[in-house]
Write a protein of this length. Structure first.
Length: 309
């Protein structure tokens, strides 16, 4: 008879041979003992499978391999295989602190109206050295889910997804429990937007509980920037349509401000990261078209002018 777990970690793997062992060990080293790890090898072209097999067989690891279908499809499959009451997506190149689950499960058990619990993340380099912390908003404590949704929709992703432990209650699509497989990068953002609509509250932990690897090859932007910006537009439009008659509704004003802010984020990236001034100008015009009163755009141009003089 299979064991019932309180927590299932979901780990899609693709090209992770250099990092996945550390990620797996951080799960197995949790002080909380009712946790399974579901690993889906998404057609890795490297030696990821050989690294994973060093941990197998293991009573608390479920391992499957599939043809490459993308991280969203792999996460969908992992959720289908998971038995845990609470779920967390654990990237192949990130490391959880040992007491992470003990602390997060306690929050969810104590607050039944909290849909998920998250924390800031410590960013580390390839040597494992920390260089910044990212993902703080309100500090330790409960956050109204409607306020969380509004910020996440209007201002974009501010949540360290690898830190999240979440309930299953909001998952209604058995075939795509994590999200749309056509979203190759930002399916997590859409998932948290949908989840926030389902619950009364979420919970932010004040101290980081996960270490995220960040360099040129481990970031959403960079070589995948065009994909990220295109997918974010899809999500903004889809959420507007899905909740136009919701309680509260996502209004045309919400959508316009969200799209304008999205264009401001693209403006920053084009100007500061790539020196693409023509792309930056196009993003500026889009931001103005969607919301000519968006103060964030004028603050950005004020910052640009101050840097020139």
């Amino acid at each position: 008879m299979s064991r019932e777990y309180r927590v299932s970690f979901l780990m899609p793997v693709y090209g992770g041979e250099d990092f996945v062992a550390d990620a797996v060990e951080s799960v197995l080293d949790q002080t909380f003992d009712s946790v399974e790890l579901v690993i889906v090898n998404d057609g890795s072209p490297d030696d990821s499978e050989a690294v994973i097999e060093q941990f197998l067989p293991h009573d608390d690891i479920v391992y499957v391999s599939q043809d490459n279908a993308g991280v969203t499809a792999a996460t969908n499959r992992a959720i289908e295989l998971a038995s845990g009451e609470y779920l967390g997506v654990h990237p192949q190149d990130d490391v959880s602190e040992p007491e992470r689950l003990e602390r997060q499960v306690a929050v969810l058990d104590e607050h039944p109206d909290v849909g998920f619990v998250y924390s800031p993340a410590t960013f580390v380099d390839l040597d494992g050295e920390p260089f910044t912390t990212w993902g703080s908003w309100r500090g330790d404590g409960r956050v109204d889910a409607a306020a969380f949704f509004e910020k996440l929709y209007r201002e974009g992703m501010f949540l360290a997804s690898p830190s999240v432990l979440f309930r299953r209650d909001h998952i209604t699509d058995d075939e795509r429990p994590w999200g749309d497989p056509d979203l190759r990068v930002v399916s997590d953002w859409e998932h948290w937007l949908v989840a926030a609509r389902h619950y009364d509250a979420v919970y932010e932990m004040g101290a980081p509980i996960v270490r995220m690897l960040r360099d040129d090859d481990h970031a959403n932007l960079g070589r995948s920037s065009d994909t990220v910006f295109a997918e974010e537009k899809v999500v903004l439009r889809r959420i507007r349509h899905q909740y136009a008659d919701g309680d509260p509704p996502v209004t045309r004003r919400d959508f316009a401000r969200a799209m304008s802010n999205h264009s401001v984020r693209e403006l920053r990236y084009r100007l500061y990261e790539t020196g693409d001034y023509r792309g930056g100008l196009r993003a500026t015009l889009r931001a103005l078209r969607y919301d000519p009163r968006n103060a964030a755009l004028y603050r950005e141009y004020g910052s640009i002018l101050r840097s020139l003089f």
